[in-house]
Write a protein that binds this ligand. Sequence first.
Ligand code: DGJ
Length: 728
Amino acid sequence: MAVSYEKQKKIFKLDTEKSTYLIGLSPEGYVGHIYYGDRLNQNVDNYLLRMEEHPFIPSVNKREKSAFLDFYPIEYPSGGVGDYRESCINIRNSQGCMGSEFFYTSHEIYKGKHKLEGLPASFGTEEEVETLDIHCHDEILHLELLLSYSVFEKENIITRSVRIENCGQQEVRLEKIYSACLDMDNEDFEMISLHGSWARERHIQQGRLHYGKQIVSSARGESSHQEHPFIALVTPGTTQKQGKVYAMHFVYSGNFTAQAELTQFDSVRMVMGINGEEFSWRLAPGEAFQAPEVVMTYSGEGLGQMSRSYHDFYRNYLIRSSYNHKKRPILINNWEATYFDFDTEKLLDIAREAKKCGIEMLVMDDGWFGHRSSDDSSLGDWFVNENKITGGLKNLVDQVNEIGLKFGIWFEPEMISPDSELYKKHPEWAIQITGREATQSRNQYVLDLSRKEVRDYVYECVAAVLRSANIEYVKWDMNRQLSDMGSTYLGREDQQELFHRYVLGVYELQERLVSEFPELLLENCSGGGARFDPGMLYYSPQIWCSDDTDAIERLLIQEGTELIYPLAAMGAHVSDCPNHTVGRVTPFETRGHVALSGTFGYELDITKISEEERSMIPEQTAMYHKYHDLIREGDYFRIASYRENHLYDCWASSAKDRSEVLVTYVQVLGQANCHSRKIYLDGFDPDKTYCLEGTDEEYTGELLMKAGFLIRDMRGDFQSRLYHFIVK
Ligand code: DGJ
């Protein structure tokens, strides 16, 4: 039983295999937070709510209610009535005043988990997940609040979401609605977050909490290159193997806020939800609003355990694609090979050469439609450009299939170019503030997806192309952030709903796509990795990680991404050198080893690279076939980080039964006059003996993990090696 309720003490107990979460009710019905941490197996109590320390408990003495509200560890704080820490919900009443207060009314505990209407969310059967729904009520505004907690025992995950319904007669305005809050005593916490930029996504950042609010957020309309909807609080000295970790990750692809606040009483409030900036939602009588899901985990065994919990959880309970547990075809994408300069013949040349090397799919990237020959036109005109694709799309796809490759295609469905037939017909479909020229980014505007006719047009364009030929993969790109937030369709009162309605529109489109084409391999992308988030993962089993394909830069990007995402979710390709983004030259082998940890594919003109490099591709494709099941389904162990040591990087994929372990080692910089490097491996069964493939060396798992393993004979910069250990 993952969820239980102790009636006398009014305590809810949520148990995973390794953690316990306790919720308690105050006499008034405030839903308090008692504990989150290592699993508790004995009787529990609610003394951690510190009720007896407080002289002004509202039901006993009202004269200092605010002092109570401002310290009480609460599950879901509302704004406006005296808790001055960050609130999770702000509601403005019909007179224009902001304030609400929610009290427990009832609860349900049930096996399984309900869907969240219109939103991506985790799922599970009645055997896999148990849910606690706590119902609360604001009796002045007649609002019903539902706090949902779903417990995935085996994965040590608790998901949270919030729904509010207006059961009164008056319209109210929802000005903020976060999805989760965690009030804890400070333990000298440090905060980990992922920050970045275009081509530099999800770099790990860690720093000590200081008094006040530390925020990561996006107000760009997408989860963004710059910040990521993830934070973790860790105790000082936390490593891969030890330390306490409290993490939250948001299943949402738009504006978000993730925040930790260190308060006057040395308590910490950690919150996550839709960014309140430029958000306001009209809640008419009878209407409800569903906030997206937060995925929480606690690890008492350091960051490694946190990563593995998230990986297992996303693989089993969020990614729904039929490709989730299947090998993905090795693709070659023509973007870095040709950019916009391609035609049927060029693509077929690439396909023929690719086939010889063991590549399995050709992806035609940007530039095949309208009159697009640079990034300045035609978005919205999803009609094949027959000057380039002579003979039409079906002819090209058929020929690629005849060569023996699958075919994939690129779209950027959410966009409209000012230079397009679509814009001539429907300038009002672009997001814009009437009377003000909208800001262009990459020469394009964003379509107003709050509008059904726009969504229908976009969907029909994409679907018609997919129906017209044997297309087995789509790369869904999105190359600009949102600005000029105005809709010619929404009324004055609803304009601040546009950011969220846009995200709901994207979700609706992708839902339609994967429903009509369930076997399609969908890869999301946003100018690289600006919309790499769990919301997108619900629709696509893989997301393009970054436009930076340099093997060394990728070490940092992939380390940050792997911190929470399963390896096979990361779009990763071998590209040409000097690398188009950083100009660095790295060995072809290293590029292959780094890309192997992701989906694996190629992004180069295979007809133009050197014979030496081309001749290495069959070996690399064979390597992918050999290891991909292990990488996709195995446990991830971070062994060493180039971010920390500035010299080398190392990680491992270990079979769930510990029967084999693949260690990837990258020597970023060589050093003079030094011995072989000793590293402590991880992911082995200490009691088993392993053979190192290709050698006659044998080691026990215990030796490799406790005494260490020697990296021998590596010379030079940017070198890499795979070590495959197989149990004897
Ligand atoms: C950004 C993507 O990340 C690239 O891979 C490529 O598809 C371009 N857009 C095309 O415009």
